[in-house]
Design a protein around this ligand. Structure first.
Ligand code: IVH
Length: 676
């Protein structure tokens, strides 16, 4: 009993500590410990919690992901309507707003405004009862929204439990509103991943955020790295909005660091032009600035018209566009051989930078917009990131413009290109295309692949230009003398690079598989293949059907892998990599063959008290277990959680051992079931 109390007390301490580190990382963006240290705290907490699942509080950091997949979102009525904002597009409209505000208040009233960035995401209301997050809802029509609590809980910058400022009670009811958004780098990462998987890309971070929040499976939302800025308090507000913002910061919310208190419309206009300079450099998209009357008493007097408050308005920056001439078109060949068209433009200023290139996406895009060389074109910043050709100014055509020629051969190597059916992309068919080589090498050494530090794109370019390296295997033959002759490569960097190359030889086979840049083989698929086959040798002799039989691997992936492996030059590359001493098998699991889960087949069913399904699966796989989706006589253990259904029944029928999460975790950490 005493031990239990001690462990529960330790768990409580761990929760406080973990919350603190999540706050430092996700809200302040200033972590004090490494990811590995953070993981260790989480593992320890889970270990304790798994022993007494009934003692795990709802707001434990282990419980962010765990909600069940729901068939649909239920509707919820907001405590008070979620208002929208009317828009102003000019200085005159803002001055008119200021006049309306003054006219609506007793004569001589002094008005302060709070200026804030207008975050481009989607509005969300969060309800806290006695400091605990109990409900999250989308705006919907302002009166009724959708209940997205399970998804919102996965957003780490949203506290599940409010931080109580020293000596203060937490409010019984607290209604926070703010914007769920997707940071730009996350948006780009997600789109890259989707393009690689042949899925459609999101048009901008806002759509990506909306699509991610409105996922029926919270596990999917959890992977999307959404974030949240708080910008309004309903129930529980202070008398001044600026004080509410300070209170939000105190409770542990992320509040934009770019807000400012001003005391006149002139100062407000100043903010608007100053903030416009800053916007491009932020890690998130903004489409304007919001001006709000600071005094809540004044806000009440002013009231609202329909859905818009009379005390606030959004200033929308004009979409950043510019007109210029499209002088030429160049086709760049990417790592997977896809040719992407880029417009070469007469340089023009656009949101603070000079633009001379713009993306044209693909052949269909050029056809749809009927873009010709010599055309005057309007460009803008798509999602505020990459300039894009928006449209042609057709009325300015002289008749001299020439239609874009779709290349029949690869601009890099002259091989024929192909256009697979149902795809907008055209690809180079040469497996040895030099462009492929360069992009492929940049991918090969990248962090998620072989993780060779000190080998960025400029080093790769130099290595290829000097002829020192033609493919990945050549990297491993580099000598110190080779390296020090490169530009900007000192002796120290050369040594570091050699060391990084040496260390990369020990990488598990899944990294290597991913690094090879086989189409449709992302990190996850590489991992599946590596665990399933265990060695490159076995994979080399696999039949497509064998591959396609693996869960989560479809015929498209299977075919792509088999085709790649059947190309003699690729086999040759693998041989040379092996000769260089690279690890050609997957032993992450075999590291501990003594683990009681090693080599066992597990089936998970029901909701586990602390672990998410995907997480539990990876943990089991890391210990060398196979995870299957259905129970058979070959199943060694069924790990059952709450509301386990037919799989549990089947296990009982077949006499398969059923364990709970606590037992699973104990085995994972070495305790043998048989030994008990
Ligand atoms: S205040 C009464 N502040 O813009 C309060 N909204 O176009 C109404 N938005 O629905 C909202 N940043 O989704 C407010 N700093 C900010 C905002 C903001 C973005 C969004 C919000 C709102 C929409 C109105």
């Amino acid at each position: 009993m005493e031990e239990k109390n001690q462990l529960l007390a330790e768990a409580a301490r761990l929760r406080t500590e973990i919350r603190h580190h999540e706050y430092l990382y996700y809200v302040l963006d200033a972590p004090e410990i490494t990811d590995a240290e953070y993981d260790r705290l989480m593992v320890r907490l889970r270990e304790i919690e798994s022993q007494w699942p009934e003692e795990v509080p709802e707001d434990s950091p282990t419980r962010r992901v765990g909600g069940k997949v729901s068939p649909e979102f239920t509707e919820v009525r907001h405590l008070t309507p979620l208002l929208s904002l009317s828009n102003a597009f000019s200085e005159a409209e803002l001055r008119a707003f200021d006049e309306r505000v003054h006219n609506g208040l007793p004569a001589g009233s002094k008005v302060e405004y709070v200026m804030e960035p207008k975050i481009d995401g989607l509005a969300c209301s969060l309800i806290y009862e006695n400091g605990r997050l109990v409900r999250a809802a989308t705006r919907g029509d302002g009166v009724v929204g959708e209940n997205v609590t399970a998804n919102v809980r996965t957003i780490r910058s949203i506290p599940l439990i409010l931080k109580a400022p020293a000596g203060q009670e937490l409010p019984e009811l607290f209604d926070v509103r703010g914007e769920v958004y997707m940071p730009r780098h996350e948006f780009m990462r997600l789109n890259e991943e989707r393009a690689e998987a042949g899925e459609s890309e999101f048009a901008n971070p806002r759509n990506a955020a909306a699509g991610s929040l409105r996922q029926l499976d919270p596990q999917v939302t959890a992977k999307r790295s959404l974030s949240f800025f708080a910008y309004y308090v309903g129930d529980g507000a202070k008398e001044r909005h600026s004080d509410s913002l300070a209170m939000l910061t105190g409770y542990g919310f992320k509040v934009s660091e770019n807000y400012r208190l001003v005391s006149s419309i002139d100062e407000a206009l100043e903010y608007i032009s100053e903030f416009n300079e800053k916007r491009a450099g932020l890690s998130y998209d903004t489409d304007g600035a919001v001006i709000k009357v600071n005094d809540v008493y004044q806000q009440r007097i002013l009231g609202a018209t329909g859905k818009d408050p009379r005390w606030a308005i959004a200033f929308k920056y004009p979409p950043e566009q510019a007109e210029t001439t499209m002088e030429d078109i160049v086709w760049r060949v990417g790592r997977t051989g896809v040719l992407t068209p880029t417009a070469v433009l007469t340089p023009v200023k656009l949101s603070g930078s000079t633009v001379s290139r713009a993306t044209l996406h693909n052949v269909d895009f050029i056809k749809e917009k009927d873009i010709r060389i010599g055309d005057r074109v309007i460009i803008n910043k798509a999602g505020e990131i990459i300039p894009e050709v928006l449209r042609v100014v057709a009325e300015k055509r002289s008749g001299e413009e020439t239609p874009v020629e779709i290349p029949a051969v690869c601009p890099e190597c002259g091989w024929q290109v192909e256009r697979p059916e149902n795809e907008a992309a055209i690809r180079c068919t040469n497996p040895h295309c030099p462009a492929l080589g360069r992009e492929g090498l940049i991918h090969f050494v990248s962090r998620d692949a072989m993780n060779i530090e000190g080998c960025g794109p400029s080093v790769i370019n130099q290595l290829m230009d000097t002829g020192l390296v033609k493919d990945a295997a050549d990297l491993y033959n580099l000598t110190r003398d080779d390296l020090v002759q490169l530009e900007r490569m000192g002796e120290k960097s050369a040594d570091n690079l050699l060391q990084a190359l040496e260390a990369s030889k020990e990488n598990e086979m899944d990294r290597l598989l991913f690094a090879l840049g086989i189409r449709h083989v992302g990190a996850k698929v590489a991992r599946l293949l590596a665990t399933e086959f265990g060695s490159m040798e076995k994979l080399l002799t696999a039949e497509p059907e064998q591959l396609a039989a693996i869960r989560d691997i479809g015929s498209k992936i299977a075919e792509s892998v088999v085709t790649w492996l059947s190309v003699p030059a690729n086999r040759d590359l693998l041989e040379r990599l092996a000769a260089a001493g690279l690890k050609m098998d997957f032993t992450a699991q075999a590291a501990d063959t003594a683990n009681p889960l090693y080599g066992k087949t597990l089936v998970f069913t029901g909701t586990l008290p602390t672990l998410g399904r995907a997480e539990a699966k990876t943990m089991a796989q890391d210990a060398g277990a196979k995870v299957s989706g259905s129970v058979s006589k070959k199943t060694d253990y069924v790990v059952a959680g709450a509301e386990a259904g037919s799989k549990l029944e089947k296990a009982q029928q077949l006499g398969v051992t059923v364990i709970d999460e606590a037992e699973f975790l104990q085995m994972l950490h070495g305790a043998s079931k048989e030994a008990e």
